[in-house]
Design a protein around this ligand. Structure first.
Ligand SMILES: [Zn+2]
Length: 54
């Protein structure tokens, strides 16, 4: 369940708390960048549509 972890922007502490860090009360964020971009997905979809049309 690593993707549930959030990281404190103040002290860098990892936490499962959504709103704030249990240690310093700082704001948390999700440290995982999105690995796929929706643009790529749509581009692929468009290509499939084009192939089907012909
Ligand atoms: Zn903190």
């Amino acid at each position: 369940m690593g993707w549930l972890m959030r990281r404190c922007s103040q002290c860098g502490e990892y936490t499962i708390k959504k709103d704030k860090c249990p240690r310093c009360g700082g704001a948390t964020y999700i440290p995982h960048p999105a690995k796929f971009s929706p643009d790529d997905k749509y581009a692929k979809y468009k290509g499939m549509m084009r192939q089907k049309a012909r």
